[in-house]
Design a protein around this ligand. Sequence first.
Ligand code: NAD
Ligand code: DAU
Length: 375
Amino acid sequence: MLRLWGSEALTSLSRVSPREKKLSKVFVTGGAGFIGANFVLDWLAGGHGAVVNIDKLTYAGNLKTLASVADNADHVFSRTDINDRDALDRLFAEHKPVAVLHFAAESHVDRSIHGPAEFVQTNVVGTFTLLEATRQYWQALDASARSDFRFLHVSTDEVFGSLSPTDPQFSETTPYAPNSPYSASKAGSDHLVRAYYHTYGLPVLTTNCSNNYGQYQFPEKLIPLVITNALAGKPLPIYGDGQNVRDWLFVGDHCAAIRTVLEQGLPGETYNVGGWNEKTNLDVVHTICALLDELKPRVAGSYRDQITFVKDRPGHDRRYAIDARKLERELNWRPAETFETGMRKTVEWYLANPSWVADVTSGEYRKWVDEHYCA
Ligand code: NAD
Ligand code: DAU
């Protein structure tokens, strides 16, 4: 019998027969977004098995990120809203996944302040719909497949609220205290996932991760926004006094942590994921400016000259910091990148991929999606 999440499972999938390999399919929701797409690309590159990529393609979903796997037989893309129960049921019946990795969400705090409804719809109602479809599918599996099955929910450290400069980092037992419509909606989804374990026995895993950065991040978030604005000669907007602290993790490390939790995590457990990289926003922007000054110097002066302090974000959380010791102690995961190596890779990637940036900033990729999916 193929034990999918035993110690050897993920590494042995490339050695199994074609029939067994077909059985090793996983669902990834939100796999056209920043972290989901990085996860899909890493998963396929590592030969971990087949992926059904379920994504609604909102403004944040970008199939161009997945261009290199467009013809890969192990990658099936389905433009599907996680609120569409019938479509989810059909996908489960057709593909019979061994796990669901749930990344799909509305993810930008500023957007949640201006339009919270979509956050409740996707993050809370959508997660509920996905859980219900998963539960129905999972309950019909045989006993062995039921116990091997996993639902891994990708969540955020923002559910824990805001820390003072002297507070200890967030641990897995820190009480929830979300402060934005985004974090409140993610907290709601975390609670639903927990309830499905305790009530129905669905084998769930939850990860709560700190701020990610890296290739393919939509330039509405701080790091890609600052890189792209700097190169375009635009202001680099810093909210408030620039002293808010975030704990930065390179996206490839987050993807590795998710694979580790999927493979070895205990159902019902939550795992904090972080980079041990607490930085003020001003420090982050200075780091980007220094890298750009070195790699693509301006004609005169420094990119720092473009820094502009702007009105603060309402309810702006002061500090996030993750205590990731449980993941290290129990599952032996640690980030591979330091902030310095990860930031250098990231700035180099944005410099080397101007057409990806031009497409997302011009809306070119939306036109492409509309032509291919909305005819
Ligand atoms: P993103 O906004 O880049 O991507 C989200 C993806 O979900 C997009 O492809 C979008 O099209 C898709 N999507 C949105 N609504 C959908 C729906 N109703 N049905 C199907 N697909 C839908 O987000 P991201 O930064 O990649 O974040 C991915 C996950 O990780 C989210 O759950 C987020 O809360 C969590 N997270 C993000 C960070 C971070 O720093 N970015 C940190 C910790 C946790
Ligand atoms: O902590 C994990 C979270 O990190 C994820 O759950 C979210 O999906 C992700 O968007 C991110 O949330 P933040 O609000 O921390 O990320 P953002 O990049 O929007 O902002 C990072 C910090 O930079 C924050 O303190 C606000 C500040 N900021 C942001 C922007 C876009 C600025 O000063 N200027 C800006 O223009």
